[in-house]
Design a protein around this ligand. Structure first.
Ligand SMILES: *Cc1c(COP(=O)(O)O)cnc(C)c1O
Length: 586
């Protein structure tokens, strides 16, 4: 078994604070610098807090109160979920990388607000650099990619919806304007996907100013009136655009459709195959249906690293099909890859692609061909919360309605991010944490790639170990990355019985102090084929609409340590055996 690389060993505190002295020195250095910074600026100003102030009883009492409350807070936090521990396999979080923690802490003390250069002279520059580092790892072309940090993947997905809507709204409003004013025939589906080059060509051909389009815009005008005008031109009711999202999506997509006012009906689910991945055949059928029903496609979303099982959709096949439509029919359809979790798997592509199945390597190599992506450094990037990111491969896809805030408007500075981000005030901590990690470890590097690859190996090793020793542990197929899901079933068990056993084991694990795992439920409404395949693997009968699974996320780097790995998996095995013996006797 390959041990963790020395860089990773140096760049985590360690489950027993093994790197404490060095980390202490670094935090001290940050504080020293922070104090010195204040002392060095404006040295002639008189001090604001004097020696007599510091002897004032009320002053001293305040310090005492704060120190006590701080002790209390620290005490309370000692009860917090120990997500740093290798025994924690619950959710998509693990111990933070030290460069990320130090980078976050450093910026926290300076408190820049990346909403605008005025309040973030340095933070906003570092944000641009950190985004470029992520873009490089993904494989976007340098200089063309663009993006910003968000509070997480949820908001990053919203950023994509906002931009896809902006784009389609421009194209549709021009088509409607030309139909009403210039007697150009409206071809709703074609026009809604016309592409920027046709848009600009029509604009100049007909001498249209963008401001003339406002009354024809579903976003900038009155959407009900515009829908009526569209219906009149179409000769049938305009029913709005649709989102094509696979059944393995994260629930943030539903929130997004809801927030942007598209309605749940606009959410068209693409079927999943027996591996729980987007079925490209179903995507083709759904696009055909959208065309027939004259429902323009706001975007196709696919997932790299599903929240449930770390699965990777066939992104290359999706993009190939969309490219084919662009070539043959001139339909420009937005493709967003929700790589909130799996985006960092791109780090292994150059150095250790062999830890991933070939098909998944192909899929991850296609992420760079999408219009936009979501990636969460606070998941597989080992960066502290909150830190998500939204990126586009080409700056033209970043365009969005801009809003003017007069008090933030300074002509002498480059436009602030606030004009194009959903969030207003944004901490620079996520950017600096990512920046320092990129500077030291480098995301597109051997060391970061090895770290992520080692977690995939640990996961695969654990899966093999458990399924070899316990025939009643039934793994969910496939394990694409470092998330291992399994259910409990004896040969021939009906699914309902298996679900009861899995739940019982989960509660035993949840009650015990030894390990934290999570549970997830696959519904037949989305996962029917994968559930059938899973049940067939233990010769069971599908007598339930749900499949209950235990989910283990192997993000913790120290599972790559041989001694630790050996001790923990033996202990995990013992917990499961004890549960099983008890289960059989009761
Ligand atoms: C976690 C996740 C999200 C949401 O990210 P947050 O950072 O929790 O807001 C979106 N999509 C996928 C696939 C995820 O795994």
């Amino acid at each position: 078994m390959a041990d963790l690389n020395p860089t990773s060993k140096a760049f985590f505190l360690g489950p027993k604070s093994e790197n404490e002295p060095w980390v202490r020195d670094q935090f001290q250095a940050i504080l020293d610098q922070w104090f010195a910074w204040r002392k060095s600026l404006f040295p002639k100003d008189p001090p604001a807090i004097t020696q007599p102030d510091k002897l004032n009883p009320a002053f001293l009492n305040s310090q005492k109160v704060l120190a006590q409350a701080l002790t209390e807070l620290n005490g309370l936090l000692s009860e917090e979920t120990p997500t740093y521990s290798p025994r924690y396999l619950g959710h998509m979080v693990s111990e933070s990388l030290l460069p990320a923690l130090l980078g976050h802490f450093c910026a926290l003390l300076h408190n820049p607000n990346n909403t605008s250069r005025e309040v973030s002279r340095v933070g906003s520059v570092l944000e641009t650099e950190a985004i470029a580092m992520l873009a490089e790892m993904i494989g976007f072309s340098a200089g063309k990619a663009w993006g910003h940090f968000t509070s997480g993947g949820t908001v990053a997905n919203f950023e994509a919806i906002w931009r896809a809507r902006f784009r389609m709204d421009h194209w549709l409003s021009l088509a409607l304007f030309l139909a009403e004013k210039k007697r150009r025939r409206l071809e709703l589906f074609e026009d809604a996907h016309m592409g920027w080059s046709q848009f600009h060509q029509l604009m100049s051909e007909h001498h249209v100013q963008e401001s003339q389009l406002r009354p024809y815009s579903l976003a900038a005008g009155n959407p009900y009136r515009v829908a009526q005008k569209l219906s009149a031109q179409m000769g049938r009711a305009f029913e709005g655009p649709v989102f094509l999202v696979p059944g393995n999506r994260h629930f943030s997509w539903m929130k997004g459709a809801n927030l942007f006012g598209f309605g749940q009906e606009s959410f068209w689910t693409i079927e999943l195959d027996s591996h729980g991945k987007m079925d490209v055949e179903s995507l083709r059928d759904t696009i055909r249906a959208a065309k027939e029903q004259m429902r323009p496609i706001l975007m196709v979303a696919s997932i790299a690293g599903t929240t449930e099982a770390g699965g990777i959709d066939p992104l290359g096949d999706v993009q190939d099909y969309l490219d084919e439509l662009a070539r043959n029919k001139s339909w420009d359809i937005w493709h967003h890859v929700d790589a909130a979790y799996g985006g960092f798997l791109c780090a292994v592509l150059e150095t250790q692609p062999q830890v991933l199945a070939r098909k998944n390597v192909e899929s991850l190599l296609a992420v760079r061909r999408a219009h936009s992506i979501t990636i969460d450094p606070h998941k597989l990037g080992y960066v502290p919360y909150p830190c998500g990111a939204f990126l586009v491969g080409d700056k033209s896809a970043y365009a969005v309605s801009s809003f003017a805030a007069p008090y933030l408007n300074r002509q002498d500075l480059p436009a602030g991010k606030w004009v194009s981000t959903i969030e207003g005030s944004r901490s620079a901590t996520g950017a600096t944490a990512t920046w320092l990690t990129g500077k030291t470890m480098g995301f597109a590097s051997e060391s970061f790639g090895q770290l992520v690859a080692s977690t995939c190996r640990s996961c695969q090793g654990f899966r093999e170990f458990l399924t070899t020793h316990l025939p009643w542990v039934v793994p969910l197929n496939p394990t694409d990355s470092n998330v291992f899901c399994f259910s409990v079933a004896d040969k021939g068990d009906p699914l309902s019985v298996s679900n009861k056993k899995t739940s019982s084991l989960f509660f035993t694990l949840a009650e015990g102090p030894q390990f934290s795992v999570s549970t997830t439920t696959l519904n037949a409404s989305a996962y029917s084929k994968q559930i059938l395949a899973h049940v067939a693997s233990f010769h069971g009968k599908k007598d339930s609409e749900t499949l209950i699974l235990i989910r283990c996320v192997f993000m913790n780097p120290f599972w790559a340590n041989e001694d630790l790995n050996h001790a923990l998996r033996q202990e995990f095995l013992a917990v499961l055996k004890t549960w099983h013996d008890r289960e059989i006797t009761t």
